[in-house]
Design a protein around this ligand. Structure first.
Ligand SMILES: Nc1ncnc2c1ncn2[C@@H]1O[C@H](COP(=O)(O)OP(=O)(O)OP(=O)(O)O)[C@@H](O)[C@H]1O
Length: 351
């Protein structure tokens, strides 16, 4: 028997690790574009899942944006059936008419179709093929746009997508390895023209920025960027937890010796009679306060997509830079004002 190529083995190990952590019920569904990353993922899942006594299927979404896209989706689906995956679906979606740029609209349509398929098949999880290279690109793009820790934390290995667990088993695998694995298995991946289109920032990072960094700083750069994402993600999760605890608890009079947060003590911020206590907010470290304000704005009804750091900064100014300014406007027509030591939504929203 021919020796197994190392990238094929590494990808199977990564998939095995992801699948063994899942609850027993329901198939896993691989989201596959036909590109090298998700094709290598699908091939590894087709191999590993039955050996773990689990069903594995595949969904490929046809955005209908390029000539021949339906044929490409059909070809991926035919390969998947031959590879023993079941269920297999090629789902056409309509991208035109959705809000946002074409890329965002395509992503939204794709994720909706994937979630619908996962629900239809009562899937235990959806698997996507993001690699360590994708993670490094994500971190660089976040750095360049000043995204803050949430962006620098990159893509999580696991997240909830409208109630469906979304897994990224290949975050420790390089794109080079997914290509090598496809070659070793005799698979011909589809080359998405968008990946080389310089009008996309990610494509420019991929083609121009990462190669320079790798040449100048050595091959450890990809690893280091991905590690940065993991470290930042852990810190961010801890700060989010502190903010959630502060937002859940009633404000009380601060007494000398109270750390703002620390020693297991979290100062609550809910004011008696509604709204948030300005004094309690002021006692929090900035990193926790901004998270509290962000979470509260969402609770009031501001859509996360529309809520920007400028809105949160304006809310924060009501606490830390108060000079009698008027109400702050939030997305969705919401307004928040400072009144008698409290931040209050105007117009009788939830407090
Ligand atoms: N048309 C599609 N149908 C199903 N899943 C998709 C589709 N496009 C992308 N995905 C999923 O989302 C992941 C990320 O896609 P994206 O296009 O951002 O990355 P990529 O690096 O080009 O991945 P790939 O090489 O697998 O196309 C893919 O690995 C795949 O799991």
């Amino acid at each position: 028997m021919a020796a197994l190529a190392p990238p094929v083995a590494a990808i199977r190990i990564a998939v095995r690790r992801a699948l063994t952590a899942l609850p027993a019920d329901g198939p896993v569904l691989v989201a596959c574009s036909g590109g090298a990353d998700s094709l290598a993922l699908a091939a590894a899942t087709a191999f590993v899942a039955p050996r773990l006594g689990r069903r594995a299927g595949l969904v490929t979404v046809d955005h209908g944006l390029q000539e021949g896209s339906a044929g490409r989706a059909e070809a991926v689906a035919c390969w998947a059936v031959e590879a023993g995956l079941d269920p297999v679906e090629a789902v056409p979606v309509t991208v035109a008419g959705r809000p946002g740029g074409p890329e965002a609209a395509a992503r939204e349509a794709r994720y909706q179709a994937l979630v619908d398929a996962a629900r239809r098949h009562r899937a235990a999880a959806l698997l996507v093929g993001h690699t360590r290279d994708d993670q490094a690109e994500t971190v660089l793009l976040a750095l360049a746009r000043g995204a803050g820790p949430r962006g620098l934390a990159g893509m999580p290995e696991r997240r909830d997508l409208d109630g469906v667990p979304l897994l990224r088993p290949l975050l420790d695998v390089t794109r080079d390895d997914t290509r090598k694995a496809c070659a070793a298995l005799g698979l011909t991946p589809w080359e998405d023209p968008h990946n080389a289109d310089p009008s996309y920032a990610r494509a420019r990072v991929r083609a121009d920025v990462l190669p320079v960094l790798l040449r100048a700083l050595g091959p450890g750069v990809l690893d280091n960027l991905a590690r940065t994402a993991r470290l930042v993600a852990a810190d961010t999760a801890a700060l989010d937890d502190l903010a959630a605890a502060a937002l859940a608890a009633p404000a009380r009079e601060a007494s000398p010796g109270d750390g703002p947060v620390g020693g297991g003590v979290v100062v609550g911020v809910r004011a008696v009679g509604g709204g948030l206590s300005v004094a309690a907010l002021a006692a929090l470290p900035t990193a926790v306060r901004t998270r509290v304000l962000h979470a509260w704005a969402r609770e009031l009804g501001a859509s996360p997509a529309a809520l920007s750091h400028r809105h949160v900064a304006a809310l924060e100014a009501l606490v830390t830079d108060w000079h009698g300014q008027g109400a702050t406007h939030l997305p969705g027509g919401l307004r928040v004002a400072r009144r008698a030591g409290r931040l209050l939504p105007l117009g009788g929203g939830p407090g």
